[in-house]
Design a binder for this molecule. Sequence first.
Ligand code: ADP
Ligand code: MG
Length: 179
Amino acid sequence: MAVEQTLVLIKPDGLVKSLTGNIITVLSETELKIVGAKIVQVTRELAEEHYQHLREEKFFNELINYIMGEYHTKRIMALVYHGENAIKKIRRIVGATNPEEADPISIRGKYGRITSTGIYENAVHASENAKEAEREIKLWFRPDELVHTIYPVESAVTEKQTFFWKETKTWKPGKKSDA
Ligand code: ADP
Ligand code: MG
């Protein structure tokens, strides 16, 4: 069995319906480890890159608006799960793409719906296969945002704008001042 990582997104409909806790609880049945998690405001660029394989579909524009939060809230939660057969284990609990065809006890079967304009609001995204999982994890997370990585990482010193908490003049937790 292969140790894998997979990307899960709790989509804007999942957040607006307060399903975050429920979804994470259901996914914990897999006994996989969460190695990264964050709330993201999705830009058009990120949305289009994430769903680039669906560019030609007639629902593409609505899908981009949906994932950017135009219909719900402009936030998604991105998570990386790690462990043996992570990709299949998560996909099984997430359920089929079409929420009406998804197993009723899967996350999408329970919480998804098809809107009157035909968008599948299915509350969660989960990587489909190993190639997609790698592409998606590298798209959504920097290596230093994960506590454990399975893909090679390199580092370089760069000149980059840094934010820190005003007055404490540090980004190190628990440290009051550099002065
Ligand atoms: P999955 O999310 O199961 O991997 P896809 O990658 O094919 O499925 O599609 C990405 C997302 O696009 C789906 O989760 C769903 O929100 C939306 N979608 C897919 N197919 C359709 C469709 N025929 N009509 C409307 N929305 C769709
Ligand atoms: Mg997909």
